[in-house]
Design a protein around this ligand. Structure first.
Ligand code: CTP
Ligand code: MG
Length: 228
């Protein structure tokens, strides 16, 4: 299975002055934990990191320090995650029939979840890891924040990555998105907008996306428990 890791963001919500994936988490850069999980997933034969070229040198040094048993390929990032994944799809080898996409920022993913998604994508050409939401979610009016609607929580799942797709179909969805100027925050949304089914695979509560400083503290705690 081919795995693309979007890692070309800037980490604005983390509030630092650099890509959050380069921040240190238990004595390793955050992205190193994601790469170690990918390396330990038996289903993954090919890894592509999508990153801004001015960070390649630093990232290549991180990769070589880890002594991974698989080569890691580098693909230039775009201005948005969507553009980064689009570049990633163009950087896949011709032999790639299915692809998993996993955010570099979800550094606590287990190798087992990656393997489960890799095996399920043969059955479902569009799938995502997700977990049931714990909060009651409100849909609001954008300006006033007055509540419009409370969707029934039993039907709400929080999207995670890995997300797995048939490569040809996902490429077509990305091209359609460019034509229609759709802007989305995950690839499943492009499948949905094209009218294609996307299946949920049970994700993991600990597979959080490190987004704010609180997430970094929680990730630190979880890694400490795991490696105690
Ligand atoms: N990402 C990317 N290319 C972009 C933007 C984001 O590859 N132009 C990646 C990030 O590196 C991250 C994943 O997409 O691994 C999920 O994005 P997010 O958590 O939003 O990270 P950032 O965009 O870096 O953070 P922020 O939105 O707070 O700036
Ligand atoms: Mg972002």
């Amino acid at each position: 299975m081919h795995l693309l890791i979007p890692a070309a963001g800037s980490g604005k919500r983390m509030g630092g002055d650099r890509n959050k994936l380069l921040l240190s988490l238990r004595e390793k850069p955050l992205l190193a934990w994601t790469l170690l999980a990918a390396n330990a997933a038996q289903s993954i034969q090919w890894v592509g990191v999508i990153a801004q070229p001015d960070e390649w040198e630093e990232l290549k040094a991180i990769v070589s320090d880890l002594g991974l048993n698989r080569a890691v390929h580098f693909i230039p990032g775009g201005k948005t995650r969507q553009e980064s994944v689009h570049n990633g799809l163009n950087g896949l080898p011709d032999t790639a029939e299915q692809v998993l996409i996993h955010d570099g920022a979800r550094c606590l993913v287990s190798p087992a979840l990656i393997d489960r998604c890799a095996s399920a994508v043969h059955q479902y050409p569009g799938l995502i890891a997700a977990i049931p939401v714990k909060d009651t979610i409100k849909q609001v009016l954008p300006n006033t924040r007055q509540i419009q609607h409370t969707p029934d929580r039993q039907f709400l799942w929080a999207a995670q990555t890995p997300q797995g797709f048939d490569v040809t179909t996902l490429r077509k969805c990305h091209e359609e998105a460019r034509r229609q100027r759709w802007a989305v925050t995950d690839d499943a949304a492009l499948f949905e907008k094209c009218g294609l089914p996307v299946q949920i695979v049970e994700g993991e509560e600990t597979n959080l996306k490190v987004t704010t400083p609180v997430d970094l503290a929680i990730a630190d705690f979880i890694l400490q428990q795991r490696h105690a």
